[in-house]
Structure formats: structure tokens, C-alpha cells
Design a protein around this ligand. Structure first.
Ligand SMILES: Nc1ncnc2c1ncn2[C@@H]1O[C@H](COP(=O)(O)OP(=O)(O)OP(=O)(O)O)[C@@H](O)[C@H]1O
Ligand SMILES: [Mg+2]
Length: 293
């Protein structure tokens, strides 16, 4: 067993041991999505999670970009297990949670997800029992999804407490983000969105982009798209990607890092709505539907 795996086990054990004394956390599920690809979802997800953690929250990041998993690459960590191993009954949940830089917990994406459509009832129930362990263990479980107007993204968003839609100020990115929100809001009128403008020239451009989208959403979709924040277009992000280190860890004082931390602070200050959804319910929605594809 690697030192890293051992350290994580010890950590989880300590947490289990101490959780008896602590009141259980109310775990919130957050999905990060976009219409257009390559707008910075994975970088935002990872660094937002690290920022929430810096602010005292316990966060699990989940790479749900099935087929194009890359959170592990952004962290420079190789992940031997994924959700696939859990559902196959090959590994318990504590083994598929990896420890990333900055002490972040994450579950890697992986290939082989198609096979999960053919799980037996027994395997699903076993996985269910494992997944239930996450409830109350984290303050936030954050899903980084793949781009696009897919049914998959729709399911994730529909089953989450909230979703952060990432766009850049470019018109193509804005129209695709709007199309995603439109598609989801038709089938899931109760879905709750926040808008994050990435690669903004400045705060003003970010806010203006968000205001335009919120106005269009109110007028044509009858929903709100509140502004979560903007993240500067910052060369440190690309540099950090090449170093395979999250930019908030590699360059904590760069503009993008400060912006993500500000977004995390703002997010934590928001009132919390609907607390009735559970981690187990989330996975049920995802997997039961997946099985019926
Ligand atoms: N704030 C930023 N400033 C400068 N460059 C950025 C910023 N955010 C993202 N990038 C650049 O965009 C690239 C793509 O980012 P990322 O992989 O996070 O996008 P994505 O939306 O997850 O893509 P995909 O849709 O393929 O999953 C990064 O490698 C980085 O070079
Ligand atoms: Mg990505």
C-alpha cells in the first residue's frame, strides 16, 4: 500500500472516530457544468473545492467527466480506483476516495462506466450501502461534469442541490451555457443555478456577462441565474496546468486564485435552500436512470 493510501486511510479513520462526537454535516451536492467545452470547468471545480476547504469546509470532488477524466491529471496524481470499482463491488468507498494535493479528497473518473448499466440488484444495493457513508461525512460533494447539452449533465444538475454553470465572456460560450440552462429548466423547473464567468478581462466584464444572461433567463425562461462571481483570465492558470498543480496551490496570490477564493466566500454566505436531497438519492437518480437508458 502506498504511503499516500495509508495516510488517507488514517485520516478517514480519524474522522470516523471523531464523527461520533460531532453533529453530522448536512452534505450538499454541487454540479459544475457548461454548455461549451474547454471553458475551465475542471480547473474551477478543483480550485473552488480547495478554496472551500481553505475556508474550513470538508469537500469531496468527483470527476464525473466520464470518458474524458482529467482531474487527476490536473493534480498530477494517478488514481488506481474509480466509481467503477465501487459499483462492481471490488472496492469499498474509502478505497476509491483518493487524497490529492492540499489534502483534497477526490473520486477519479474512469473508463468502464458503460458496464455499470448491467449491474445486478445485489451489486447496486451493496454500492448503495457504501454511498450512504458519504452522507454527513462532507459539507460539499462537487461534481465536475463533461461539457455539453447531454442527458448526463441534465441528470446531474437535476439531482444536485445546486449547479454552477461556467461560461467565458465569449458569445459562443454564453449561448451554449444559456442553451444548457434552457434545456435543464424545461425538464427540471426546480433546478437551482449560479453563474460563474471564467476568463474575464476584469470584474466588470464578468458582471456584465452575468447580468445579460440573468436578464435573458428571467425574461424567456422565467428563472433566475444569479451571479456567483468571475475569475480573471490569468496566465498562471495555464502555467499551473503544465505543472500539474492546482493554481490556488501553485500561485495562491495570483488574480485567478484570489477570484476563486472570493467566489467560495460568496458562495458560503448564500442562504441554503432545499436540504431534503441526500447523497443516496442523488446516486439513485443518476444510476436508476442510467440503467434505463
Ligand atoms: N481563468 C483562466 N485563465 C486562463 N486560462 C484558463 C482559465 N481557466 C481555464 N483556462 C485554460 O483553459 C484550459 C481548459 O480548462 P479546463 O480543462 O478546466 O476546461 P473544461 O471546461 O474542464 O474542459 P472540458 O470541457 O474539456 O472538460 C486550461 O488548460 C487553461 O489553459
Ligand atoms: Mg473538464
Amino acid at each position: 500500500m502506498s504511503d499516500q493510501a495509508q495516510a488517507l486511510r488514517d485520516l478517514i479513520r480519524r474522522q470516523h472516530a471523531s464523527s461520533a462526537a460531532e453533529p453530522p454535516r448536512s452534505t450538499r451536492i454541487l454540479t459544475v457544468a457548461s454548455g461549451k467545452g474547454g471553458v475551465g470547468k475542471s480547473n474551477f471545480s478543483l480550485n473552488f473545492a480547495l478554496s472551500l476547504q481553505k475556508l474550513g469546509q470538508k469537500v469531496l470532488v468527483f470527476d464525473a467527466d466520464i470518458g474524458m477524466a482529467n482531474l487527476d491529471v490536473l493534480m498530477g496524481v494517478s488514481a488506481p480506483y474509480s466509481l467503477y470499482h465501487l459499483f462492481r463491488g471490488e472496492r469499498p468507498i474509502r478505497d476509491i476516495i483518493q487524497l490529492g494535493p492540499g489534502g483534497i479528497h477526490f473520486i477519479a473518473g474512469g473508463s468502464g462506466f458503460r458496464e455499470l448499466l448491467h449491474l445486478s440488484e445485489e451489486q447496486l444495493q451493496q454500492a448503495d450501502r457504501e454511498i450512504e457513508r458519504l452522507q454527513g461525512e462532507y459539507d460539499f460533494i462537487l461534481f465536475d461534469t463533461g461539457a455539453g447539452l447531454s442527458k448526463e449533465a441534465e441528470r446531474f444538475i437535476g439531482a444536485s442541490h445546486e449547479s454552477i454553470v461556467v461560461t467565458t465572456p465569449e458569445p459562443t460560450s454564453i449561448t451554449d451555457a444559456y442553451a444548457l440552462v434552457k434545456m435543464v429548466s424545461h425538464s427540471r423547473p426546480d433546478a437551482s443555478f449560479r453563474l460563474l464567468v471564467n476568463r474575464a478581462a476584469d470584474e466588470r466584464e464578468g458582471r456584465q456577462t452575468a447580468e445579460k444572461m440573468d436578464l435573458a433567463a428571467q425574461r424567456f425562461l422565467d428563472i433566475r441565474l444569479p451571479f456567483l462571481g468571475s475569475v480573471a483570465d490569468d496566465p498562471h492558470v495555464g502555467k499551473a496546468v503544465r505543472r500539474q498543480t492546482p493554481f490556488t496551490l501553485a500561485y495562491p496570490d495570483c488574480k485567478a486564485s484570489r477570484d476563486v477564493l472570493a467566489a467560495a466566500r460568496g458562495y458560503l454566505d448564500l442562504p441554503r435552500g432545499d436540504a431534503s436531497r441526500t447523497v443516496k438519492g442523488f446516486f439513485h437518480q443518476w444510476f436508476n436512470r442510467k440503467r434505463n437508458l
